[in-house]
Design a protein around this ligand. Structure first.
Ligand code: CP
Ligand code: NVA
Length: 305
């Protein structure tokens, strides 16, 4: 059976930890100069309907680093832009490539591609989820703190795609998660309800960033207006201002808390330059780890097909 990565719900706790352990191992092997060729002769098609720096380049370099190759298609390059049905696109692509990585708007695009594709489909960000990012972020936390299950993770900001994937990770893997979101910007209620049913540690929403960062091991934020919400950006600036990660908020957190940001960052909006450039912030390690994580994902989904 073909394994797709549509959201973090597609995998068991052991499988999610398996991605993380394998990514750490692949990183160590790269540092040691090991050459990987386990995906030689394999091709991945990247369909990106939204901009990307990190995700695109790290998937491409991950595939080349495993001996494979990629074909990149921007939204306007394919017949999808001229209304070719997704179910046709999925079946055609699957006859040419060994895996499909897709960044798009609606989660239903990923669902339909996966339904009709006979090769693995990987979600590289939708409006609802950003699962690959959260896997590389957890990898970064494990590197810095030794584990994730004993930690308190704080999410400060919008209840967006990143927040939804953190919620699924917290329930499946089993760690404490507290999200500080302004009223009206909570995470997806269905995702939250499903996660809380399964969770073994608390997953809570608060309006208070101070409450969220108190005793937190990890403090995580993201842009206040995601891709596709550009028209709301100005309105959101005022609403989200009290949730800025700045030195005053960091003073309420433990001194050894690490700060995560998936990037791109809007300095002096969701995070100040001072905090982003501080020793506590590991955003650039997160960015690097996307490549190692994407290798692990591609290897495990495509190599074991
Ligand atoms: N973090 C992340 O997904 O960045 P890009 O939008 O640059 O891919
Ligand atoms: N929430 C952001 C993440 C960017 C990597 C967005 O969807 O634009």
């Amino acid at each position: 059976m073909v394994s797709h990565l549509q959201s973090l719900q597609d995998f068991s706790k052991e499988e999610l930890l398996g991605f993380i352990n394998r990514a750490i191992q692949l990183k160590e092997e790269r540092l040691a100069g090991v050459t990987h060729r386990q995906l030689a002769g394999k091709t991945v098609g990247l369909i990106f309907e939204k901009p990307s720096t990190r995700t695109r380049v790290s998937f491409e370099s991950a595939m080349y680093g495993l001996g494979g190759q990629v074909i990149f298609l921007s939204g306007r390059d394919t017949q999808l832009a001229r209304s070719e049905p997704l179910k046709d696109m999925a079946r055609v692509m699957a006859r040419y490539v060994d895996g499909i990585v897709v960044r798009t708007f609606g989660q239903e695009v990923v669902t339909e591609l996966a339904e009709y594709s006979s090769v693995p489909v990987v979600n590289a960000l939708t409006d609802l989820h950003h699962p690959c990012q959260i896997l590389s972020d957890i990898m970064t936390v494990v590197e810095k703190k030794g584990n994730i299950e004993k930690l308190k993770i704080a999410w400060i900001g919008d209840g967006n795609n990143m927040a939804n994937s953190w919620i699924q990770a917290a329930s499946r893997i089993g760690f404490e998660l507290i999200l500080a979101c302004p009223e009206g910007y909570d995470p997806d209620p269905e995702i939250m309800a499903a996660a809380q049913k399964e969770a073994v540690k608390p997953i809570t929403v608060t309006r208070s960033p101070e409450e969220a960062v108190a005793q937190a091991d990890v403090i995580n934020t993201d842009v206040w207006a995601s891709m596709g919400q550009e028209e709301e950006a100005e309105e959101r600036l005022a609403i989200f201002q009290p949730l800025q990660i700045n030195s005053a908020l960091m003073a309420k957190a433990p001194a050894n808390a690490v700060v995560l940001h998936c990037l791109p960052a809007h300095r002096e909006e969701e995070i100040t330059e001072e905090v982003l450039e501080s020793e506590q912030c590991v955003a650039f390690d997160q960015a690097e780890n996307k490549m190692h994580m994407h290798k692990a994902i591609l290897e495990l989904l495509i190599g074991c097909k």
